[in-house]
Design a binder for this molecule. Sequence first.
Ligand code: PLP
Length: 460
Amino acid sequence: MTFNPNSAAARDIAYLVHPYTNLRAHESKGPHVITGGEGIYVTDDDGKRFIEGMAGLWCTGLGFSEGRLAKAAAEQMAKMPYMHIFAHRSTNPIIDLAEKLSELAPGKMSKVWFVNSGSEAIDSALKLIWYYQNARGKPEKKIVISRKRAYHGITLAGGHLTALAYARTGFDLPMADRFRQVTTPSHYRDGLPGESEEDFATRLAKELDDLIVAEGPENVAAFFAEPVMGAGGVIVPPKTYFPKIQAVLKKHDVLFVADEVICGFGRTGNVWGSVTYGIQPDLLTCAKQLTSAYIPMGAVLMADHVYDVLADRSHELGTLGMGYTYSGHPVAAAVALETLRIYEDDGIYQHVRDVAPRFQARLQALADEPLVGEARGVGLIGALEIVADKATRAQYPAEAKIAVKVTEALLEEGLILRPLPGDVIGICPPMIITEAEIDDLFDRLRRGFARANAALKTAA
Ligand SMILES: Cc1ncc(COP(=O)(O)O)c(C=O)c1O
């Protein structure tokens, strides 16, 4: 599609700064304006229909036309559009939502801190952890560990846990020396030749142990991890990884924060990725599918042993000096409650488990594509890692922008997917996707690869 500088879409160039966009390139290319959606499909302003194979940004679990959510929002807006939850005030939807989330929590987590995004959830978790360690009389316990390639949001705090070059370059990050990163649990990229997944996991647990010992366990506060790393390239943990990691953290009195912003609410086939991988987190961050992204909302769930320390400290200090104007917004809470009801009424968690084998089989079948080094996934999340040479796993030079080119070819086939760092193409469709639609998605992927291969041949 050629960009018409006189079109309505051109107004966007004048007024909007787009995240994750080469702003100068955008000025000549123009925006891709999406005007409508139905189920797993969206339509652009040319009337072209696409499968939204990324559920937006890994978030519209219920697709793009769930009328019950629109109704829940409208009803709550009419009844009580806003009230904050500062200083003992509250509303019914947020009380009910907190109760529901603590019922769903993996393990005993009966307290919930509400925010408006995944980044705010991470930021809040980090501040609460430092407050907690100070309150316990362990003020030296400040170092926080994440993994290379991790994505944990993009605020100033999140930007220290997120370990991707694009999130740091040019932003003066990192600014603090409290953050460390351990190896990405990518067996494909970081496993040694002939090393089993189990041995790889043992090695990574030892690396974590060694790091904590070297820093001094009395200085290490917390470890943040997504059950399946999403934006870092859909890294599925090797077998036995999390139980081994969790044992190391327990031994050294280091908190485990499970970042469930992508995995939460069914993506891996269970309500939480933590359930899929046997994690018992001390804190859990969630957002995105909490409301199926129809309205912004995030939350931090915390275990009682964490909450009790925070509560005692706030009593000593007179207040817990944190919170946002829109924390626990009643309209967002009403939408979240309705989303969680739909997941249960429509058996969405079971549906993911039912269709995942088809999704994963069609994904694995793409491993025979000349460009695909590895196909990996779990539940309804997956990825294809593009390589220049399947035998050596060598990558294309960064300037080749190979993953971007493949996703552009996919767009021609009416499929929206996302290039991720490391030449990975992420796939994360709305969880309502049917088996027939899964076939449609992967048929388009095949055709997109054929297009990309043909274009590469022509260019060579
Ligand atoms: C695992 C994870 N944590 C945190 C975030 C940040 O969430 P948000 O974009 O809502 O701030 C994201 C966003 O993609 C994420 O994938």
